[in-house]
Design a protein around this ligand. Structure first.
Ligand code: FES
Length: 139
């Protein structure tokens, strides 16, 4: 199995690890099969994601994809963040082995889960905007 240099870089030197204490949205998502858990914290100002941090208790690909996902959404609008697919995260990392693709779904869904929490805190029903949060099933 081969990992790209970008995956190895984001795994051994993950960006944006940690918590945001006064986060505007916090999301958590897990994969029941591998037991990996990802927590995502977002700071949102005027519809723009001004900061993003994560904690991942999981495999190397989960760490690398959450690191890349936070990099991709920082400074972007909520709309852009909602369009972030796991495929885009994988592409930004120059690919992932097929058996590790599900780990990138965890990163995508962690972002959506945090945005969902953000809307809930605003008193807005997140479902029509964010859609359902899916726990990645295949492994
Ligand atoms: Fe569980 Fe990668 S093996 S997220």
């Amino acid at each position: 199995m081969m990992y790209s240099e970008k995956v190895l870089d984001h795994f051994s030197n993950p960006r944006n690890v940690g918590e945001i204490e006064d986060a505007d949205g916090v999301g958590e998502i897990g994969n029941a099969k591998c037991g990996d858990i990802m927590k995502m914290y977002l700071k949102i100002d005027n519809g723009i994601i001004t900061d993003a941090k994560f904690k991942t208790f999981g495999c190397g690909a989960a760490v690398a994809t959450s690191s890349m996902a936070t990099e991709l959404i920082k400074g972007k609008s909520i709309d852009d963040a909602l369009k972030l697919t796991n495929d885009a995260v994988v592409e930004a990392l120059d690919g992932l082995p097929a058996v590790k693709i599900h780990c990138s779904v965890l990163a995508e869904q962690a972002v959506r889960s945090a945005l969902s929490d953000y809307y809930t805190r605003q008193g807005i029903d997140p479902l029509p905007i964010v859609g359902e949060i899916k726990e990645p099933e295949e492994h």
